[in-house]
Design a protein around this ligand. Structure first.
Ligand code: SF4
Ligand code: SF4
Length: 110
């Protein structure tokens, strides 16, 4: 599989993390081109550490693409909303949905 090259700075985005499904493989941390994912020190109910999001996500979708356990949903913003969100809360809707394009991304509230 080859994903299109990410475009840092072009999009502002965020991800949600379904930590309970994570198996701790860290592929997402390696894949993130802007290093905004790091592994928790806590573990989920299965005993695995899971990724935490830091500010600066560009909604490239690579974490979603590499994760074998469908842990991520990815959102893009079109306006100046903050790029980081609480781990379990998707961005608040502020307008019509915006197609996120062919990276397997979740359509984002614009
Ligand atoms: S979508 Fe995932 S891989 Fe891409 S910048 Fe955001 S956290 Fe990193
Ligand atoms: S790629 Fe998926 S399963 Fe692996 S550490 Fe990241 S979220 Fe967890």
């Amino acid at each position: 599989m080859s994903a299109p090259a990410p475009a840092p700075g072009r999009f502002r985005g965020t991800v949600t993390v379904a930590a309970a499904r994570c198996k701790g493989c860290e592929l997402c941390v390696i894949a993130c081109p802007v290093d905004v994912l790091s592994m928790s020190t806590e573990v989920n109910d299965a005993g695995f550490r899971f990724p935490l999001l830091e500010p600066g996500c560009i909604a490239c979708g690579l974490c979603h693409a590499v994760c074998p356990d469908y842990v991520f949903e990815v959102y893009r913003y079109q306006d100046d909303q903050p790029s980081e969100q609480p781990q379990d809360d998707p961005p608040a809707a502020a307008g019509p949905p915006t197609p996120a394009g062919g990276l397997g991304l979740t359509s984002s509230p614009a």
